[in-house]
Every structure is written in C-alpha cells, then in structure tokens.
Ligand binder design. Structure first.
Ligand code: PRP
Ligand code: GLN
Ligand code: MG
Length: 506
C-alpha cells in the first residue's frame, strides 16, 4: 500500500508534490521519490527514507516543471533497503516514461520472462513496479507503431496492460512532453482519486492514493478512478478518460478501511472514519451478547488506528473511554516497518502506558486489527505492568488468516498469529484474559452500509478468496519459500541517513 501522487499544475509542481507525499506518508515509510517534467526533460530525485529525510532544498530546486509524480514506498517485493527499487521508475523508450505504482503484481515473474525473451526489455531490479512500467512501455510502443501518440493510443496501451498484468495496481505515470496518465486495475483493489483546482490560467489536476492529499492541497475531489479506467491529462490541462478493461468490477481492499488509509480519507465514496465508527458499533453489539458476564471498567484505544472504533465502541457500551497509552508522535507505523525485531522494538518506543488508567481496573483494549500480534503481545504486557486487573482485547477486524498478495506485505502464513489458532489460542498467545474479534459479515456491513453502491470487497486476508483468480496454493507456497529464503536481505534495516539517494537531476 504505497502512496502515489500525480499533478498537472499551472505553476511549479515541486512543493505540491512534496506536501502531497507528506499527506500520504502513512502509506509508505521506506523510500520516497519525485519526478517533475519540464518540456521533454524529467527531473528525478528519490532515495531511502521518509519524505522529510530524502528531499533537501537543493533537491527541491532541481525539480522544475509544472507537472510531476511522486511515490512513498512500503515494499511488497524486493528489499526495503534497496535504493534502486525506490520509485518512480524510468524508461527512456518509447518517448520517456516514469511511473509510480501502488499494489503488487501476482504474475511479475512470468511477465519478467516475457519482457526479456519476447519484448526484448531489460528489468534491472526485483521490483514488480519496474516490470509494470516495462509492460506499459512495450504496449505504448505497439499502440503508436503506425500512429501518433494521442489519448486513444495511450488508452489502448493501458488495455494491453490490463490484458497482461494480474494482481493489484493503481498507477500514475508521465509521458515526456505529453502528460499525466493514471489507471487502476480492473478490480479497483487499491485506491485512486482525482480532483481539480481552478486557477486563473486554467484547471489544475491532482491524482492521489487518498483524498486527504486533495483536501490539504486545496483541490476539489471529482471522483475515484474507476476499476479498469484510465485518465489522461495532457500538459495543457485537457482531460480524457476511458474504460480500458474488457470487464471490470469494483472490489476495493477492505483492509484500507480497517487500517491502511487515513480516517479522514474517502475511498470509493466511503468515508474511512465512518466505517471505523461502524466497526466500533458492531463490535459493541457482539460484546453485549458474548461478554455480558465480564465487568468492563474502561475502554482504552491502541493509538493510532484503533481510536475511532474504540471511541464508538465505548459510547455504545456506555463505558468510560480513556487514553491509557500515549503515543510518541515521532515513531511511525510499526506494522509497515521491515523486520520483526524492528517492529517489536518500535511498539515499545511508540506507546507508553499510564498506570493511572490501568491500576486495579478491568480494561478493554481496542485495536483495528491483530495481524502478526506484535502490537497486541506488547500492549497486553504493558497493561499488566501498569497494574491492570483483567485485560480484555477487542479487534475491529476478524482474524487475519491468509497471506495478502495485493499490496500488503504479509505473504507468509507463518507470520500471522491467527494461522492454525482459534480465538482462545490467540488470546493465550497474546496473554489476554478475553479476546473478541469482529465477525467477517459485520466488517463488510460496516463498510458497505456507508455507500450501498459498493458491496463487494477484496477480503482475501480474512477469507482466503483471491478475486483475481490466478492465486493458486502453488503460487502462495512459492511466495512463502522465496520470502523465507530471502528474509535476510528483505529485512535488512538501513540507516536512513546514509548517502543512498539516487540523484538524477543534479
Ligand atoms: O498485529 P500486528 O502485526 O502488530 O499489526 C496490527 C497493528 O499494527 C498497526 O498499527 P501501526 O503501529 O502500524 O499503526 P497505527 O499507528 O496507524 O495504529 C495496527 O493499527 C495494529 O495496531
Ligand atoms: N505496497 C506497495 O504498493 C508496493 C509497490 C511495489 N510492489 C513495491 O514493492 O515497491
Ligand atoms: Mg495500530
């Protein structure tokens, strides 16, 4: 779930891109990058680390031009420590294309072979996003073989991408000297919205993973890019769009609503915040039925993402809501950090329990989800150390039992705490006195009730159903094998201050 961004503005785009990436930082903490276009020239700066660490004033100055794309990375393949896999990616032919990708291709290996053997293209990293860019480049070359580059040729190239690529992809790309292209896979798994701002010189456009980037940059949300749809905005601000997939159906990833997205974003017409309140309400209903024998003194959220759900849950139960954990605002999201050791250590650095809220009380801790159990294990222990009497734990999502292959980095069953464990066993594993999970139907309802127009979701991590149809047990086994054998390189933690930035423009 990386963050992607694209802008066609009427004045320099560099600061808008930087500010927009800051708003998407929660979607990727490992690498960041920006490419701007001035005429036919791209200016690129990217590197490992947070947005604020990768870009210095001199880098920003070199990013000239009114059009650009950006990326914040949370890797699903390759290595978090590889500066070469930071995005955007660039190919020089045809025309010069740069691309930012959120998602994960499930047939990257096969495409890689095809690109090398048939399309005569070289992919230099382990990134599926570089594969995706080369497929787009090849299809664009084909679609412009006997005609000029125009929106129709571009849309025909995207249709080719849809025919060849499997998995999840929300993409922004720039074609040198032409404009900004954005598209979403035929299932619309990962989010992508666009909006406009009126300028005396004409309309400006912004495309982003989440609407929160539009809000803060002063753009008005127009709508989401549809599943399978592509939009193209030329350098002069002319807008074109087309459905490029032979068949499409909207199935947004439900985990975006549970955890990934910011609560103040609206995805596919659904307010993330509202869904989290609903999750709290539905969980309260379940608690009233199954936990009525337990005496809860206080509801305590696990910051940050557990907060809206916990608040509503406490309201519905009529129990006091208290902030028992203080969050260190300088420590990022732990779930998307690479490496279990780093994640465990960071939970302790990030959250601290105030014993006044715990001592002698029966506390109900509420989080959005339990995935590897890193947070819940530490948190329960901290609550015990702070003197809690009984510790109950509630998760706004059902148990995560299956790997995700669509852009969330949890490809192996062994890493999931719910694998081969029932609720009682998970409860024992995190050392809580009682554990309760949201039911899958209640979660679906919590999201779909906000906008009944969307009633199908990508829910594979909860039910093991992979909607793209190509994810076989054999594929999952090979993913697990690859991950287990490459764990050392994947989980190597890097020093963000090392001079690892790739600078193309200085
Ligand atoms: O069971 P786990 O593997 O620990 O994963 C689940 C936890 O990770 C996330 O928090 P995170 O710290 O990433 O971000 P947040 O501040 O948005 O809650 C999520 O909100 C849960 O707290
Ligand atoms: N989380 C994502 O969207 C990852 C994008 C891409 N697969 C990468 O690893 O860089
Ligand atoms: Mg959390």
């Amino acid at each position: 779930m990386c963050g992607i961004l694209g802008i066609v503005a009427k004045s320099p785009a560099n600061q808008l891109l930087y500010d927009g990436l800051l708003m998407l930082q929660h979607r990727g903490q490992d690498a960041s990058g920006i490419v701007t276009a001035q005429g036919n020239t791209f200016h690129m700066h990217k590197g490992l680390g947070l947005v604020r660490d990768v870009f210095r004033t001199r880098n920003m100055r070199a990013l000239t031009g009114n059009m650009g794309i950006g990326h914040v990375r949370y890797p699903t393949v390759g290595s978090a420590a590889s500066p070469a896999e930071a995005q955007p990616f660039y190919v020089n032919s045809p025309f010069g294309i740069v691309l930012s990708h959120n998602g994960n291709l499930t047939n990257a290996e096969q495409l890689n072979h095809e690109l090398f053997r048939t399309d005569l293209r070289h992919v230099n990293t382990n990134s599926d996003s570089e594969v995706l860019l080369n497929v787009l480049a090849h299809e664009l070359q084909e679609s412009t073989r006997n005609c000029q580059l125009d929106p129709e040729a571009i849309f025909s190239a995207v249709a080719g991408v849809h025919r060849r690529c499997k998995g999840a992809y929300a993409v922004v790309a720039m074609i040198a000297g032409y404009g900004l292209l954005a598209f979403r896979d035929p299932y619309g798994i990962r989010p992508l919205v666009f909006g406009t701002a009126e300028n005396e010189m004409g309309d400006e456009y912004l495309v982003a993973s989440e609407s929160v980037a539009l809000d803060t940059l002063g753009f008005r949300l127009i709508r989401d890019v549809g599943p399978g749809e592509a939009i193209f905005i030329d350098e002069n601000g002319n807008f074109y769009n087309k459905q490029c997939a032979q068949s499409s159906s909207l199935n947004p990833c439900i985990f975006e609503y549970v955890y990934l997205a910011r609560p103040d974003s609206v995805i596919d017409g659904i307010s993330v915040y509202e869904t989290r309140l609903n999750m709290g309400e539905y969980l309260a209903d379940k608690i009233k039925k199954s936990m009525s024998h337990l005496n809860i003194d206080v509801v305590i959220p696990i910051p940050d993402s557990g907060r809206p759900c916990a608040l509503q849950l406490a309201n519905c139960l009529g129990v006091n809501f208290r902030e028992g954990f203080v969050k260190n605002r300088y420590v990022g999201r732990t779930f998307i950090m690479p490496g279990q050791q780093q994640r465990r250590k960071s939970v302790r650095q990030k959250l601290n329990a105030m014993s006044i809220e715990f001592r002698g009380k029966n506390v109900l801790l509420v989080d959005d989800s339990i995935v590897r159990g890193t947070t819940s294990r530490e948190i329960v222990q901290m609550a015990r150390e702070a003197g809690a009497n009984k510790i109950y734990f509630a998760s706004a999502a059902p148990p995560v039992r299956y790997p995700n292959v669509y852009g969330i980095d949890m490809p192996t069953r062994q890493e999931l705490i719910a694998t081969d464990r029932d609720t009682d066993e998970i409860c024992a594993e995190i050392d809580a006195d009682y554990l309760i999970f949201q039911d899958p139907d209640a979660l679906n309802h919590a999201v779909s009730v906000v906008s009944p127009a969307v009633n199908k979701f990508e829910t594979s991590c909860f039910d093991g159903i992979y909607i793209t149809g190509d994810v076989t047990p054999g594929y999952l086994n090979s993913l697990e094998f690859q991950r287990n054998s490459s764990q050392l390189s994947h989980y190597t933690r890097y020093n963000t201050q090392l001079d690892l930035s790739l600078v193309f423009s200085e």
